[in-house]
Design a protein around this ligand. Structure first.
Ligand code: NAD
Ligand code: ZN
Ligand code: ZN
Length: 340
């Protein structure tokens, strides 16, 4: 089987021919149909973060495909069933986080495409308990971006506690942001989308944003304040300065939800304003299996639109460059047989 492999940080990925992986107990082998390119995969391939993966590894945590072989003990999935293999590849199920509905905080978790091989491949392994069944009516190509970009932004809005009639800023309308805009609208909010690209701001409007702000030309915090300040701001732009910009546009009691993970990212939070205004800064990491179930249900019900461009896996290095240049409309999805 063909796989795109990170052999060294910051080097082009290498397309390799590898033997089909064999599922261990509790695992399944998936024949991948579609696999999304999340900006996280680029951070992984560059070794951007304090906790690094170990090359060689296969990135990708938006892999969707058909179960091809069941490992010992797997009884709830069947061969031929469509599943998605998210970032949360495995969690212990026993710790306080797992038991309290926060499996995404499990300290023993294994992350797909980071701690084990991921979806940039024709075949991949998944732990059956964390392989998410994809409902009928959700195509593999749509399911792929929902598997990370969808669940992550859906969860971020839950964490922010967004309610109808609130003002919500979505900073960065890329793979994640184009879905965040839609979930914020579904929650009933008035949505302000922020980006630095005309094309992405146009897309945000098309997807329901009530107001768009071009961070190249406008003072994001000031614009938000003119509208009374944001009840919540979701930071999805891979640019640490953008975090402080939206933070300065919160209304009293507002929440900044940090999601993007720029390399070496730090932000300055003014103590006085934060205390006096009672604002919060919260981190949010992907979403649980239940969150992903809800994301798929919303999509099956026709309530979200996934915007993607398909590419062959062997163009992966060009695709990475396109994402870094900000040229991708929302998401690139590698088509590994979804069309056929
Ligand atoms: P992306 O490249 O598709 O989108 C980033 C967007 O930010 C682009 O539209 C870009 O034009 C915009 N942008 C850049 N600078 C900006 C600025 N100053 N102001 C406003 N917008 C700006 O990336 P993505 O796949 O959506 O991922 C975004 C980030 O989220 C990455 O850092 C990724 O690693 C991270 N991520 C985090 C989680 C999590 O669970 N916390 C999950 C998935 C991805
Ligand atoms: Zn991701
Ligand atoms: Zn756990």
């Amino acid at each position: 089987m063909k796989a795109a492999v990170v052999r060294a940080f910051g080097r082009p990925l290498v397309i390799e021919d590898r033997p089909d992986p064999v599922p261990g107990p509790g695992q399944v082998r998936v024949r991948v149909e579609a696999s999304g390119l999340c900006h996280t995969d680029i951070h992984a391939a560059h070794g951007d973060w304090p906790v690094k993966p170990s090359p060689p590894f296969v990135p990708g945590h938006e892999g969707v495909g058909l179960v091809e072989e069941l490992g010992v003990g797997v009884t709830h999935l069947s061969v031929g069933q469509r599943v998605a293999v998210p970032w949360l590849g495995w969690a212990c199920g026993r710790c306080e986080h797992c038991r309290s509905g926060w499996e995404t905080l499990c300290e023993q978790q294994i992350n797909t495409g980071y701690g084990c091989d991921g979806g940039y491949a024709e075949k991949m392994l998944a732990w059956a308990d964390f392989a998410q069944p994809v409902p009928d009516g959700v195509s593999a190509l749509d399911a792929a971006p929902l598997t990370c970009a969808g669940v992550t932004t859906y969860k971020a809005l839950k964490v922010a506690g967004v309610r109808p009639a609130q003002l919500v800023a979505i900073s960065g309308v890329g793979g994640l942001g184009h879905l965040a805009v839609q979930y914020a609208k579904i929650a009933g909010a008035t949505v302000v989308a922020v980006d630095i690209s005309d094309e992405k701001l146009r897309l945000a409007t098309e997807l329901g944003a009530d107001l768009v702000v071009d961070a190249r030309k406008e003072d994001v915090g000031a614009v938000l304040k003119e509208h009374g300040g944001a009840h919540a701001a979701v930071a999805l732009a891979v640019d640490e300065d953008s975090f402080a910009a939206v933070n300065s546009g919160l209304r009293r009691g507002g929440k900044l939800v940090m999601v993007a993970l720029p390399a070496h990212g730090t932000i300055q939070v003014p103590v006085f304003d934060t205390v006096l205004n009672g604002t919060s800064v919260i981190g949010s990491i992907v979403g649980t299996r239940q969150d992903l179930t809800e994301v798929f249900e919303l999509h099956a019900a026709g309530r979200t639109r996934v915007i993607y461009e398909t590419r062959p896996l062997d163009t992966v290095n060009d695709c990475v460059d396109e994402v870094l240049r900000g040229e991708v409309r929302a998401r690139i999805v590698f088509d590994l047989g979804a069309a056929g």
